[in-house]
Each structure stands twice: as C-alpha cells, then as structure tokens.
Design a protein around this ligand. Structure first.
Ligand SMILES: *Cc1c(COP(=O)(O)O)cnc(C)c1O
Length: 228
C-alpha cells in the first residue's frame, strides 16, 4: 500500500504547509496549531496510510462509528489522540469517556454532570471544549454566546471539568471571519486558551485569527458521500 501511503503523506504535507503560511500571518511565536484529521465516514483501513505517515490526532463525530474503528487502530499505533467533534447524547457518555481523549461538544449542564460522573466511574480524565452556537442558529448545537462565560465557570467549579477551550462551527455560506473573531473574544472573557475553529474550507482564515486546533476532513481524505 505504498501508493496510498504516499498519497496520504502528500495531502498531509500540503495541509500542513498551508497551515504554516496562515500561521505566519498571525503570530509565529504562539504555540503551534494542532491539525485534527476528521476521519468520519473513512474506514479504518483507509486511515492506516495517514497513521503510517505520522498523523496522530483525529476527530470523529459519532460515538458508535468511533467505537467500531478506533480500538483496533489504537492497539496497532501508539499515542493516538481522539477528539469527539459531534453532538453527544447523555446515553452515549459512558462509551465516549473510554473512547475519546477530548470532547469538544460540551454545551449543557446535564451533559457536563454526566461526563463528571462517568469519568469518576471509569477512572479517566479527559479534556473538554465548550461548543458555542456562534451564529445563534436554531438548528445548531452549542451554548448561546451570551451564556458562555457563566457556563464555562459552572463546568469548572460545579462539574470540575478541565475546560481547555471553545469550539464553533460558523453558519454555512457566510464569511467565517466575524464568527471566528467573536469566538476569540469569548475565549478571552471565559479565560480559556484553546480555540477549535476552521475546517477544510476556512482553516487558513481561522489560523490567521488564532485557532489552536483546526478540524480538517475532506482536504485530507477527499469528499465524503452525503450522509443518509
Ligand atoms: C465534518 C466536520 C469537520 C470537517 O469538515 P471538512 O469540511 O470536511 O473539513 C469539522 N468539524 C466538524 C464539527 C465536522 O462535523
């Protein structure tokens, strides 16, 4: 499978080069931006070339799919860091806590309390991002921008979660810059350091505005089949 490995290495190198260029427009002395390879819908066998090429940080949006793919890959490859970037139902929290290293979609107290309880039970300790509904869209998950500061505070003091940053998905079809800028401002107010923003179409913009994590799927793995 050397051809697959070469293709994976090439795509990774291209995305990383674009990330470096964007970083130069922001602040080259700041901590490097982490590339989360969004592997949803990509079968485990197709991920091996990316792992062989050195990629270790991955994102999945469904607990069930991650449970089918990642335990086997983790026995084969060390140091994998797996992020949940899709909505989490409380009845999936038990599985999520053992599968993932970081959950980026904390957006309500009930979920935060459940994560605390399951981490205590499993003896595991994860990192978390609070998801912000940055465009105030009815159909999107995430906490309202006006509630972010209070919610991050409650997650830290009441639920004792290690909240490292904020995550957002800006509205489709609009320039993302203003939404990234509001996430930067909210992170400052809430006193968190990490910013998970930017996907295949806009990760350079996000990095030039201070993203610490970009979530890149199709630019690495090709277009996904539409979800049913
Ligand atoms: C699918 C997905 C991505 C990656 O999208 P691409 O446009 O393929 O890079 C990023 N973030 C979230 C939350 C996603 O669901």
């Amino acid at each position: 499978m050397d051809q697959a490995k070469d293709g994976a290495a090439e795509r990774l190198a291209e995305v990383r080069k674009a990330m470096m260029r964007a970083k130069k427009r922001f602040d080259t002395s700041a901590a490097p931006c982490s590339l989360i390879a969004v592997s949803k819908t990509v079968p485990g066998s197709s991920l091996e070339p990316y792992l062989d090429a050195g990629q270790r940080v991955f994102g999945e949006n469904r607990v069930q799919e991650a449970a089918e793919k990642w335990p086997a890959l983790r026995t084969q490859y060390r140091d994998i860091e797996l992020h949940l970037i899709g909505p989490l139902q409380t009845n999936k929290v038990r599985d999520a806590v053992v599968l993932f290293d970081c959950i980026q979609t904390v957006d309500r107290d009930k979920l935060a309390a459940s994560l605390r309880a399951e981490m205590d039970r499993a003896g595991r300790s994860l990192k978390f991002f609070v998801q912000v509904n940055i465009g105030g869209e009815a159909q999107k998950h995430g906490i309202a921008p006006t509630e972010v500061v209070d919610f991050v505070g409650r997650c830290r003091t009441e639920h004792r979660l290690d909240i490292v940053g904020l995550m957002c998905i800006p509205p489709d079809g609009l320039p993302p810059g203003p939404y990234f800028a509001s996430l930067v401002g909210l992170a400052r107010q809430a006193n968190v350091d990490e910013l998970s923003m930017g996907m295949s179409g806009d990760f350079e913009t996000a990095i030039s505005m201070g993203a610490t994590h970009v979530r890149v799927g199709s630019a690495l793995f090709g277009a996904r089949a539409p979800l049913g």
